[in-house]
Design a protein around this ligand. Structure first.
Ligand SMILES: [Zn+2]
Ligand SMILES: [Zn+2]
Length: 344
């Protein structure tokens, strides 16, 4: 099969013919229909993720059609499926108690096993996968493997956002944009922070109540002014020190910070603990979404309660993925790129 392989960090992915994946007993092989290019991939591409090395195939936000099913698979050949990026084992205590995104035996294709920057991907633990509704295109569904679901879990589980609350979101990549769209659906007011005016304009067009350009303004001061004392919830969607500090500093008393952006490298940061202490903040980490939450979320998308189309900016080919990763070195335009052509 054709695959985009990591050979040297910060260099174009190598388009190679590699062995087709072997079907796991407890899972399936998907013919990949779409795979998102995510900032987590960028961290891998630059050498900032321990599980991405020479020879790795990235790609963790995918959907596709089953072409081979193992003897213990739940799904069958021909099924069109969406995969969450975290595949829980299904048999441990975490999985049995609805916390499959915390499973100690989890598998994440693209980070440890070959991912979906390829024509085919092997997916074990296929009980995590759900049917892709006919009304949702594969390019849109790719985001439901990572960004949209991670944002949904951050808002509904960790932060437990209530209608009328102010939600601040720092960074308007795939996660940030998802947070905006989903928080508006939940009835929150949303203030979006970025350093790219075009992305702030895009956010306003898609429902943001207010925007702050962190290149020109002190974020915490601006958000305290906009919200009348600080946001109740703040979502960090980039994974760097500046936005993490802006997030805790923009919160109101007893506010809830959720760290969604993956901190790269060692993960060490200098964080304003005085803000956390004196405002008595809650500081949550989050990663992924348990797969049992898919039916509700897909239902809301299918009924039109939320329109996730603004997420998708570009459909690209496999060989164009390198350009998308390289572009994340600097400020990027609004929306996200999804690979939908695996032949070029
Ligand atoms: Zn991702
Ligand atoms: Zn498990």
């Amino acid at each position: 099969m054709r695959a985009a392989v990591v050979r040297e960090f910060n260099e174009d992915l190598s388009i190679e013919t590699v062995d087709d994946p072997i079907c796991p007993d407890n899972g399936v092989v998907l013919e990949v229909a779409a795979c998102g290019v995510c900032r987590s991939d960028y961290h891998g591409w630059t050498g900032g993720h321990p599980k991405v090395q020479n020879g790795s195939i990235m790609g963790h936000e995918y959907c596709g059609t089953v072409v081979e099913a193992g003897s213990k698979a739940k799904h069958k050949v021909g099924d069109r499926l969406i995969a969450p990026f975290i595949l829980g084992c299904g048999t441990c205590v975490a999985c049995h108690t609805g916390l499959s995104n915390t499973c100690a035996h989890q598998v994440v294709p693209g980070f440890g096993t070959p991912g979906a920057y390829a024509e085919f991907v092997a997916v074990p633990y296929d009980h995590n996968l759900v049917h892709l509704p006919a009304s949702i295109s594969p390019a849109l569904a790719a985001g439901l493997g990572c960004r949209v679901t991670t944002a949904w879990h951050a808002l509904t589980d960790r932060a437990n956002v209530k209608a009328g609350e102010w939600v601040a979101v720092h960074g308007t990549g795939g996660i940030g944009l998802s947070v905006l769209l989903l928080a508006k659906m939940l009835g929150a007011r949303v203030v979006v922070v970025d350093i790219v005016d075009e992305k702030l304009e895009h956010a306003r067009l898609n429902g943001a109540d207010a925007t702050v350009n962190a290149a020109n303004e002190d974020v915490a001061t601006a958000i305290h002014d906009i919200t009348g004392g600080g946001a109740q919830v703040s979502i960090e969607a980039l994974g760097i020190e500046a936005t993490t500090n802006a997030s805790v500093e923009c919160l109101a008393i007893l506010g809830r910070h959720v760290q969604v952006g993956m901190p790269a490298g060692s993960g060490q940061m200098r964080v304003n603990m005085r803000a956390i202490y004196s405002k008595q903040l809650a500081f949550f980490g989050t990663r992924g979404m348990p797969s049992w939450k898919y039916p509700d979320l897909l239902g809301m998308i299918e009924r039109g309660d939320v329109d996730i189309r603004p997420m998708l900016a570009r459909e690209v080919s496999l060989s164009e993925a390198s350009g998308e990763l390289r572009a994340m070195n600097g400020p990027t335009p609004p929306g996200t790129a999804v690979i939908t052509d695996f032949q070029h």
